[in-house]
Design a protein around this ligand. Structure first.
Ligand SMILES: [Zn+2]
Length: 133
């Protein structure tokens, strides 16, 4: 259960993180924030590279940071972009790896609009660890 306070904190963290995005090629800055089981919020930004294929999205940056610190479960996500863009397919799959049930995904834009969807709505019938029996 993600509280309203946690939702607001996620959005705020994603919005602040976005300021550190490294997106000199696309100019599409993205900030993300994920809520962990212990209540901690971990942020990420997109990090582009002159060799374009090496770029990584904000959501995966946040997930990998959290996993590297020992986390294994995501309870909620916020993503902030210019215009309310949603997580790409790769990030949806990576986030689903670390959920055991559907989690809220808060999509926000530069104007301050926030809309809520969920990870399993964005990625129905996702492939998961349960398929590898
Ligand atoms: Zn992505």
């Amino acid at each position: 259960m993600v509280t309203e306070i946690q939702r607001n904190a996620l959005v705020s963290a994603a919005r602040q993180a976005r300021e550190h995005a490294y997106a000199p090629y696309s100019n599409y800055a993205v900030g993300s924030a994920i809520l962990l089981e212990d209540g901690q919020i971990v942020t990420g930004v997109n990090v582009e590279n002159a060799s374009y294929g090496l770029s990584i999205c904000a959501e995966r940056t946040a997930v990998f940071k959290a996993v590297a610190a020992g986390a294994r479960r995501i309870l909620g996500v916020a993503v902030c972009t210019l215009n309310g863009g949603t997580p790409c397919g790769a990030c949806r799959q990576v986030m689903a790896e670390f959920t055991t049930e559907d989690v809220p995904v808060l999509i926000c834009d530069e104007q301050g609009n926030v809309r809520e969807t969920s990870l399993y709505s964005l990625l129905p019938e996702h492939f998961g660890p349960g398929h590898l029996v």
